[in-house]
Design a protein around this ligand. Structure first.
Ligand SMILES: Cc1cc2nc3c(=O)[nH]c(=O)nc-3n(C[C@H](O)[C@H](O)[C@H](O)COP(=O)(O)O)c2cc1C
Length: 162
């Protein structure tokens, strides 16, 4: 097995939660489905969100001070399809899902029980994704959720293919 094929097979076995990450800057706003995200430290609390350089959300996040990280529930396939299957380069996703403006204008999506606002502390060029290291500033936890997993979402055709 080649190194590339082996790694591809390895990551295809992984399961991880899906999020919608939103950003606002210069009067523009957007959000996209994200799987490359994880808690990165406990003390201090830190979370890493990786955005594809192809995404409009990335271009907005480049100038954003805050990102909102929404945990997608297993029964919110519609949310994942909208924010993962459409790009705001073509469709204004935020006219199709209710939201309100949070700090710095970042969209806070309705009907998402677990969401936190993170201040961008640093950005890391990983290749075709840029890691955004977040310091949580505020969080809404309205109940335990069964998160939508990568394996349930990977058949969605990304608005901006990797
Ligand atoms: C299962 C799945 C996982 C994805 N993971 C990421 C990710 O970790 N980071 C990212 O930037 N985009 C990811 N995407 C792609 C974006 O959600 C997608 O291209 C979106 O349409 C971009 O929208 P935008 O151009 O409005 O930002 C993923 C898509 C799918 C279907």
């Amino acid at each position: 097995m080649s190194q590339g094929a082996g790694f591809h097979a390895f990551v295809a076995e992984l399961e991880y939660s899906m999020y919608v990450v939103t950003a606002a800057a210069h009067g523009e706003r957007d959000g996209c489905l994200v799987g490359f995200a994880t808690q990165a430290s406990i003390h201090p609390p830190r979370f890493l969100v990786c955005l594809s350089v192809k995404n409009r959300t990335f271009r907005i996040a480049a100038d954003a001070r805050m990102l909102a990280v929404h945990l997608v529930a297993a029964d919110q396939r519609d949310l994942a399809e909208l924010f993962g299957g459409e790009t705001a380069d073509e469709v204004d996703k935020l006219t199709r899902w209710p939201w309100r403006e949070g700090p710095d204008g970042v969209p806070i999506l309705a009907d998402v029980e677990n969401v936190f606002l993170g201040r961008v502390l640093d950005r890391f060029d990983f290749g075709d994704h840029v890691g955004h290291l977040l310091e949580p500033m505020a969080a809404r936890h309205e109940g335990d959720v069964d998160p939508l997993g990568f394996k349930q979402a990977r058949d969605i055709e990304a608005g901006h293919p990797a």
